[in-house]
Design a protein around this ligand. Structure first.
Ligand SMILES: [Zn+2]
Length: 254
């Protein structure tokens, strides 16, 4: 497999989630990709404010908000999460305006650990869907999206809707307890471990043109259900084919 050369990866700690250990994510990248320089920066906005990047076009940012889509209520209650959903491609394009030319080439990859909710349009059912990840330059891993985008267990989702409609907070609390651990919550201590696989999906997309893997136990698996996402990420493995790509990236193997 022909791999694109990657010299540097820049992570941006835009999410203020206390459960997210961004330095652990940088260290993970450095361990798997020792030939690539890995950098952790503050939030995208901080970098812009310090004059290290030009400001993204505010009109482009505002235009990236999708009108008429209500964000999930649990996400909106979080500090630092805007109560809107962004078009993932338009948001990335607005942020790309702010990349320094010397760091904007294909040998550099920027990944925003975003506090924003992102969505893309799905032709197959003519709807917008929340996403965990957009592979682009910059790539966006939506930290609240890891909680909100993959579906929760069907039984839980149906019962929760019913209890909400009937305004039964005690029943909701009981339900949450019964299903505890089967899906990510905001502030979940598994958030960092799960995010590792998503930053690697962005890295693989850059290296090989392919982000996702059909093997449900590989970290690159594009899970649509919370339980599948947790199984793929907490298992902490790459399938044989993708482990071979990582091996080929080690110094002296290229
Ligand atoms: Zn794989």
């Amino acid at each position: 497999m022909q791999l694109l050369e990657l010299k540097a990866i820049y992570l941006y700690r835009s999410s203020a989630s206390a459960a997210l250990d961004a330095e652990a994510l940088r260290a993970y990248l450095a361990e798997l990709l020792p030939a690539v320089a890995t950098h952790l920066r503050g939030s995208y906005e901080t970098i812009v404010a310090r004059g290290l990047c030009p400001a993204p076009d505010s009109a482009m940012l505002a235009a990236a908000v999708i009108q008429g889509i209500a964000p999930p209520p649990d996400a909106v209650r979080l500090a630092g999460v805007e109560p809107v959903v962004y078009d993932a491609f338009a948001l990335s394009a607005a942020m790309a305006e702010a990349l320094r030319p010397a760091e904007a080439g294909l040998d550099c990859l920027h990944i925003d650990l975003s506090h924003r909710l992102i969505a893309t349009w799905d032709e197959s059912d003519s709807r917008c869907h929340l996403r965990t990840l957009l592979c682009s330059q910059p790539s966006i891993v939506s930290i609240p999206g890891l909680v909100e985008a993959p579906a929760r267990p069907r039984k839980y989702a149906i019962m929760r809707l019913q209890f909400e409609a009937l305004r039964m907070p005690d029943a909701i609390a009981e339900l949450d307890e019964k299903f505890a651990g089967s899906f990510l919550t905001h502030g979940d201590d598994r958030l960092t471990e799960v995010a590792k696989g998503y930053i690697m999906q962005a890295v693989f997309y850059r290296l090989t043109g392919e982000a996702f893997c059909e093997d449900p136990s590989c970290r690159l698996h594009d899970a649509h259900w919370q339980e599948d996402m947790l199984a793929a990420q907490l298992g902490d493995r790459y399938c044989e084919r993708h482990a071979a790509v990582l091996e080929a990236c080690r110094p002296g193997k290229a």
